[in-house]
Design a protein around this ligand. Sequence first.
Ligand code: GUN
Length: 288
Amino acid sequence: MAAKLIDGKAVSQKIKMQVKTRVEKLAQQGIVPGLAVVLVGEDSASLTYVKNKKKTCEALGMRSDLHQFPDTLTEQELLAKIDELNSDPGIHGILVQLPLPQQIDEFKVITAISPEKDVDGFHPISVGNMMIGKDAFLPCTPHGIMELLAHYGIDPAGKHAVVIGRSNIVGKPIGQLLLQKDATVTYCHSKTKDLANFTAQADILIAAIGRAKFIDRTFIKPGAVIIDVGMNRDENGKLCGDVDFEDVQETASFVTPVPGGVGPMTIAMLMENTLESAEKGLAKTKQA
Ligand code: GUN
C-alpha cells in the first residue's frame, strides 16, 4: 500500500487563512503586523525565499519591508539597521536571511535582534526558552513539522524519532520539540557510523541532510513516518528532497513530498510568528 501523503501545501493554506482572519481582526484596532526582511548579497536561493516571504505577507494583509544590501555591507552597518528596526513600532518581526557574507559575524547579528521581534526563533534567549518549554518564538521549519504531525494525528509520545542533521535551524530544535512531545530522540549526523542501523529503528524519521534522494527504502522501518526537510536538485536539475519519495512509498506509512511538504509550512509559521508578535504588542499596549 502506498504511503499517505503529508500535504504541507494544503495544511499551510489552512494556517494562512487562519492568520489572515486574525490579521483582519487586528486591522480593526489599527494594527498591521509588519515583517522586516534583511537580505545581504545576491544569493539566488535566498532571493527566491525572501521574495516568497514578502509575497505571502502581502497576501495575508501584513506589511513586509525588504531591506536589500550588497555583499560588501559591513557588520557595523548591518547592526545599525537592526537597531533601527528594533525600535520601529511598525515592525513586529525581523528576519535576517542566512547565510551572511563572511565579514559579518552571524551570531552577533542574531543576538542584536530584539527577542520580542525574533520571529525566526534564532536568538539564544528564544532557543533557551524553547529548550525549557517556556513561551518563545519557535524556529519556523521545526514548528511547521510539529504542526504537520499534529494535523495528521501522528503523536510522537513513546515513538522513536531519529533526526539526521544537527543544524541550529532545523536538526537541533526539531529534536527538542519532539522530545517535549515525549518522543525518544536520536540525533544522527555526518560523523554517525552505520547510519542505516539508526534510521531502521525510527518510527519518525526527520531527514535534514542536504543530499538528493539519499534516504531510500533500505534505510527505513516498515510503517515509518518520513519527514523530508531536504531542498536539492536531482541529476536533471529538478527540485527534490533528501528522501527518494517513489522508493519509500511501499515501506513508509506517511511521507512529505518535496516540493509541497515542509517548505510551505516554514513560511506559514513565519507569518503566524509575525502576527503573534503584533498581537502581543497590542496586549502590552492595553495593559499599559
Ligand atoms: N536560511 C535558510 N533558512 C533560513 C531561515 O529559516 N531563516 C533565515 N533567516 N535564514 C534562513
